[in-house]
Write a protein that binds this ligand. Structure first.
Ligand SMILES: [Zn+2]
Length: 245
């Protein structure tokens, strides 16, 4: 059996009332879920940054170790060449060894210069690392606080919201699909989440524009689904409110 327009309007108004209650709960929770999500992003970003910097520092440490090994090798060679110079047969051999010693000496100089550069890099990266670690501790602290706050509020409102969601799902079953789609579209387009509004002081309860007297008469008769000419919201008279309460 097809529901009457009045039944349809009552079902829509009931659904709106339930959704308004859910909206109120979400307002109490406010911006917290978003703040928590933002902080989680921050923390994850800092953690990635910190591990990247640590990797970079480790790489410089490794480079320094390599250069030190190279210097040790060069020093050993120099020592060897100097010993050989004591046993040369002629000037030409002596000169050749002197040249080799010079080359190894240059190797050591280049390695020393590189080590200085790497040390400088490590120092500056360590500072960046320390800043990131401090920021991480702060953000993590903020996150823990906000999360605890959100958990508390969520727990307080969870049961209520769950019951309302169930109620809403049940109410939706009694509404034909076409109307339900229109309702949800109106609700998502409206900043205040209102798709069904009452006439208040001769005006639309959603956009507060005046409603002509004849239209108000039509609304009171519950024979047609009447929408606001300005905002498109479904209008009901306030006799619905009294019955809801
Ligand atoms: Zn309106």
């Amino acid at each position: 059996m097809e529901a009457t327009v009045e039944q349809k309007l009552r079902a829509l108004f009931e659904l709106q009332t339930i959704h308004t209650s859910i909206d109120k709960i979400r307002t109490i929770r406010g911006e917290l879920p978003m703040e928590v999500a933002d902080l989680e992003d921050d923390v994850a970003g800092l953690e990635t940054r910190i591990s990247k910097i640590k990797e970079e520092i480790a790489e410089f440490d490794e480079n320094i170790a390599n250069k030190k090994a190279l210097m040790k090798q060069a020093a050993a060679l120099i020592k060897k060449y100097e010993e050989q110079q004591n046993n040369v047969k002629n000037n030409r051999e002596f000169e050749a060894l002197t040249k080799e010693i010079e080359i190894q000496g240059l190797e050591i100089q280049v390695a020393e210069k590189k080590i200085k550069e790497y040390t400088f890099e490590i120092n500056s990266k360590t500072k960046v690392l320390e800043n990131a670690q401090t920021a991480l501790v702060e953000r993590q602290g903020d996150l823990d606080l906000k999360k605890a706050e959100l958990d508390k509020i969520t727990k307080e409102t969870e049961k209520e919201e769950e019951a309302l969601n169930k109620k809403a799902a049940k109410a939706e079953k009694d509404i034909e699909e076409r109307l339900l789609i229109a309702y949800h579209k109106l609700r998502s387009n409206a900043k205040n989440g209102l798709a069904v509004v009452t006439v208040q002081r001769d005006s639309c309860g959603g956009c507060f524009n005046q409603i002509p007297p004849q239209r108000q008469v039509d609304i009171r008769q519950h024979k047609k689904i009447i929408v606001c000419e300005h905002c498109g919201r479904i209008l009901v008279d306030d006799s619905f409110v009294a019955q809801e309460a």
